[in-house]
Design a binder for this molecule. Sequence first.
Ligand SMILES: NC(=O)C1=CN([C@@H]2O[C@H](COP(=O)(O)OP(=O)(O)OC[C@H]3O[C@@H](n4cnc5c(N)ncnc54)[C@H](O)[C@@H]3O)[C@@H](O)[C@H]2O)C=CC1
Ligand SMILES: CC(=O)N[C@@H]1[C@@H](OP(=O)(O)OP(=O)(O)OC[C@H]2O[C@@H](n3ccc(=O)[nH]c3=O)[C@H](O)[C@@H]2O)O[C@H](C(=O)O)[C@@H](O)[C@@H]1O
Length: 437
Amino acid sequence: MKICVHGIGYIGLATAALFANAGHDVVGYDPNERLVSELRAGNPRTTEEELRTFVLDALDNGFEPADEPVEADCHLVCVPTPYDEESQMADLAYVEAAGRTVAEYLRPGDLVILESTVPPGTTEDAFASVLENSGLTAGEDFALAHCPEMVLPGNITYEIVHNDRIIGGIDTASTDRAVALYEPLVEGAIHRAPDATTAEFVKLTQNAYRDVNIAFANELARVAHDYGIRSRDAIALANVHPRVDVLQPGPGVGGHCLPIDPWFLGQSSDSLDIIESARRINEGMVDFVAELLEGEVGPLAGTSVAVLGVAYKGNVDDSRHSPGLRFADLLRAVPAASGTEAEATATDGGQTGHDTGVDVRLHDPYVDDHDGSLGLVDLEDALRDADAVVVTAAHDAYRDIDPKMVRELVSRPLVVDTLSCLDANAWRDAGFDYVEV
Ligand SMILES: NC(=O)C1=CN([C@@H]2O[C@H](COP(=O)(O)OP(=O)(O)OC[C@H]3O[C@@H](n4cnc5c(N)ncnc54)[C@H](O)[C@@H]3O)[C@@H](O)[C@H]2O)C=CC1
Ligand SMILES: CC(=O)N[C@@H]1[C@@H](OP(=O)(O)OP(=O)(O)OC[C@H]2O[C@@H](n3ccc(=O)[nH]c3=O)[C@H](O)[C@@H]2O)O[C@H](C(=O)O)[C@@H](O)[C@@H]1O
């Protein structure tokens, strides 16, 4: 079958490769010409080795990256769906733009699948009506379904094949067509949703559930701290019960899915309560980390803090909605102590040095900062003379750091391990005060 994938970023690229490797004739259209030419040259943008191999195999199998769309039997849309903080609504501009493009190439009998994560109702309402600019009618002249993507970043090559899938069409025939497309290449089960809106709702439910579960763990971490016990020991023991499965606390929830999908879910409803509280709890974890830090070093003004990890989680290169960056912002908002040099620089707009009370040094071995916008520094520069080391992403590279090397560089041996990813005994043996969330 001829398939045109619209948007070959993280999800679209893996999806295009999945179909190409299964023998379909796949064109991956993306308006980002640089991305397309890198792919044509055999350089997929990914730090996941298995994904790189999967995509290179697909290119060998005829997958064609393109900066122009084409006519196809199936159009698969995998474009971004950001959250607009101002309107507190999903920004559907990319979905609508892709829909307008598909409409130009749409022929009677084609199948259109929306994979992007969207608020309930989008496929049947906004997306269908843009596609109908073609003069064709959804359900009558072309099939239309939502097939949400559920892969875990970091494990996409395995999960894109092995995960169960939910498919909901705007009518039974659309669902049948979409199921028939995925069934031969997916090893997980395919579940038919009663309609496209339910499929959208299910995807958002999964991420909101995970966000709420993590918020519960984060709340337990605060409560356990009040009792002077280790929350992770308590959670591990609670989880021995066959019907209890609490996730792990941390510096908050990042990425571009868990922090925004709960808002998509509630976009046209006034009934969010626990889901909304979970968002507040998870966003507030950086304040708790700051409290832990303050409990050790006293007032933060005047301190130097190495923040290790601006990726939103371990071993990924994505820094969207990153707890590490949110924590850095919080530290940068600490006013300089009066009468200090830092206070003086604060009044000159920071021209002569760091302009806040805390000297924040950010490091991440995976995140690309080629334009310098994040201000990442080398590990040694981050650690040199630091008053505290705060680990905010559980990268393997951090687990492997030798605490004795760190001890040589820092001015004060304090580490706050927000994800409990370090070897606590090794750090204590190296002379560190070890604090965890
Ligand atoms: N990244 C993830 O782990 C997951 C993402 N999703 C959802 O999948 C969707 C895509 O996400 P990602 O692949 O991560 O985004 P991405 O930002 O990596 O890739 C999106 C691509 O779409 C392209 N694009 C923008 N406008 C376009 C248009 N009009 N026509 C064709 N291409 C266009 C962009 O240039 C970009 O390359 C989003 O809705 C996201 O929420 C769902 C599950 C997992
Ligand atoms: C229900 C579910 O597992 N959703 C997945 C999720 O991927 P994502 O990488 O965002 O999830 P994640 O690994 O839970 O990480 C999200 C955030 O939550 C934090 N986190 C995660 C687990 C935990 O016990 N504690 C915790 O604090 C992580 O550090 C990270 O900051 O969202 C993806 C998406 O929708 O994009 C989805 O495809 C994935 O399957």
